[in-house]
Every structure is written in C-alpha cells, then in structure tokens.
Design a protein around this ligand. Structure first.
Ligand SMILES: [Mg+2]
Length: 227
C-alpha cells in the first residue's frame, strides 16, 4: 500500500446510489463488515485528541456503512486505541454508535505497541513543528526513536485474540463470513490467520468506494476458492 498524505480527500464523496450499485454486483455479501477506527474511518489517532473534540470522518464512511446495513450486513468496530473513552465519545458525536452491532474498544495490555509509540511521538512532534509536508524530518525522527527505544514485549490484546473472538460471540457469525478493514499491516496479517478476508486501507482515503469494491472482490474470490 502507498501511504498517502493523511486525511487528504482526492475525490467527491460516494452517493448512496453509488454504494447500492456496487453492492448489487455481488451475489453474496459478507454477513459482517468489521472496521478499525483510527485512519480507517477517521483520519487521526484519537489518543492525540480530547473527548470534547469533534473529529472529521473520511468522506465515504457513513454512506458505505448505511448501504451495507440496508443490504442486511452487520457492522462491527475493532480498535486497539489506548484511549477507548475518546473513541467512544467520537462514536457518539458522529452518530456512529447506533450503526454498529458490536463495538470492541480493547486497548493493548501495555498501552501502545512499540511501533505505535514511535509513530505517536513522531506524529506529535511533527504536528507541533508544523512539518506535515516534510517526510525527511519524520524519517530522521523515526530512526532516532527506534534506536533509543529498547524492544518491548508483544501486547496481549491483539485483534485476532481479543477483538474478533468477541465479535464472533456477539454476532454469531463465522470468520469466513466477515470482511475486515484496517490500516495496519500487523492487524491485517493477524486477523487473516483466522480466515477473515482482510483489506489494508489507504490512509489518504480511509474506507472509500474503491476499498468497498476491493473488499467485495476479495471476499468473492475467497468464497469461490473455498468451494
Ligand atoms: Mg488504525
């Protein structure tokens, strides 16, 4: 995946008819679609913000969620945010809570993963310095942070061990009937081992119409391969 400039929207938002037209192309839809939160449905890490903040959403997210629900697909949220209270506040502010049939805001057992600790520091430093368009600065800071941070043990609350088993229990839907969107390679790799069709999200667009098509194509291929 090519990581675009975070939060930049490059095309007009999808309409409900656009989403319905995509969904109608497929004989079989997933029974559940599971979304990560940060940089998948909204263009930010919620731990960088106060619960009083009202965040933006990626432009196609609500239209896609509503189209899926109207087609009978259940929706779930799976986030490892270290600040679930902030994510929870955002869900209410954005009117998203009632759209989900299962919400799993389970932080990693020891807070942030090492890579996320590094990225978080870089993000905050870059935001403070106003250097969002200077990737060379970020690369230097990442190198510095990695070299100065010893490895930490793997976190226990991974999505394949915590979030997805909870979603499966709550929805009563098999993993092979789910479609999952996330912007982090590690989450995609882990959840794929369960048999869930998993799609890496481009952080410049979040889950958009192209990602919906990509996911449904991949889901269809996986089902055909299994029969
Ligand atoms: Mg994310």
């Amino acid at each position: 995946m090519t990581r675009g400039r975070r939060g930049a929207a490059t095309t007009a938002a999808a309409s409900p008819d656009d989403v319905a037209a995509v969904l109608q192309r497929y004989e079989e839809l997933p029974k559940a679609v599971v979304f990560d939160a940060d940089y998948t449905i909204w263009p930010l890490w919620c731990e960088c913000f106060s619960p009083s903040y009202t965040p933006p959403l990626y432009p196609d997210v609500v239209t896609i969620m509503d189209g899926l629900r109207q087609a009978g697909v259940k929706l779930a949220l799976a986030s490892r945010t270290p600040t679930p209270h902030v994510a929870s506040a955002f869900l209410d502010k954005l009117g998203l809570r009632q759209r989900f049939h299962s919400i799993q805001l389970i932080p990693a057992a020891d807070g942030l993963d090492q890579h996320r600790q590094v990225a978080h520091r870089v993000r905050c430093i870059v935001v403070i310095s106003g250097d969002l368009d200077r990737p060379a600065v970020a690369v230097h800071l990442v190198t510095t942070c990695i070299c100065s941070n010893p490895p930490v043990p793997a976190c226990s609350a991974q999505k394949d061990k915590a979030h997805f088993p909870a979603i499966q229990r709550e929805l009563g839907i098999d993993y092979q009937d789910m479609l999952f969107y996330d912007d982090e390679h590690g989450n995609i790799r882990r959840v794929s081992t369960l048999g869930v069709c998993s799609i890496l999200v481009d952080t410049s667009t979040g889950v958009d119409l192209a990602a919906l098509k990509q996911g449904l194509e991949a889901f269809t291929r996986a089902r055909q391969a299994a029969t």
